[in-house]
Design a protein around this ligand. Sequence first.
Ligand code: HPA
Length: 244
Amino acid sequence: MALGIIGGTGLTRLDGLRIDREEPVSTCWGEPSASLVHGRLGETEVVFLARHGNPHRIPPHKVNYRANIKALKEAGVERVVAVAAVGGITERASPSAVLIPDQIIDYTYGRSTTFFEDDLDDVVHIDFSWPYCAELRQSLLAAAQHARVPAIDGGVYAATQGPRLETAAEIRKLAADGCDIVGMTGMPEAALAREAGLCYASLSVVANWGAGLSSDEITMADIERELETGMSHVRRILETLLAG
Ligand code: HPA
């Protein structure tokens, strides 16, 4: 069964993917961020979607998360690995680290968060106690270990609205709330994947220390440099996962 991969900042294309075809698609929720790229990595079929478009042009609060998840579902994938750039809050989440989070706190607002809105026979409440797919998390951890790439097991992902970065006080609040990392795209993506019945997990790459945690201004150039190392680890984890 094909694996869906949602690429974020720093992973607009997946090097090593042998592309069979690029398919522009439309869903009942509108257009996804980019064409679906069907191909092969190792032995496995992959459907790749660039979350921010290709080229990268859609900011986190404007991504049509419903169309993205629906498009992957309709392409027939059952498992989705979401790759995301994040800021680090706790000590272990230092720049270029890769985390496989196990929890989320959602601080976003004004986004379309559900497929279950109109024309319902019944009100639907999905179970979201454990927002990531345990089985896929374990597979990613095993692949990282096999590839001898460091990956941190677990962590709380804070989803913020963006597109601006946080204030130092906001980062202190997120730390007090128990968050390890902060990103702008983890929600509603994870919840929609659960609603769609997809097995969804995240490879979160730390691009920078959260605001106020280092003396430096956070620049896009710094973010891109740290991401390069982290994303090379992500590629190796994915290649190992798909070779097996
Ligand atoms: N905050 C929110 N999202 C991010 C950050 C950050 O510091 N870095 C990369 N994505």
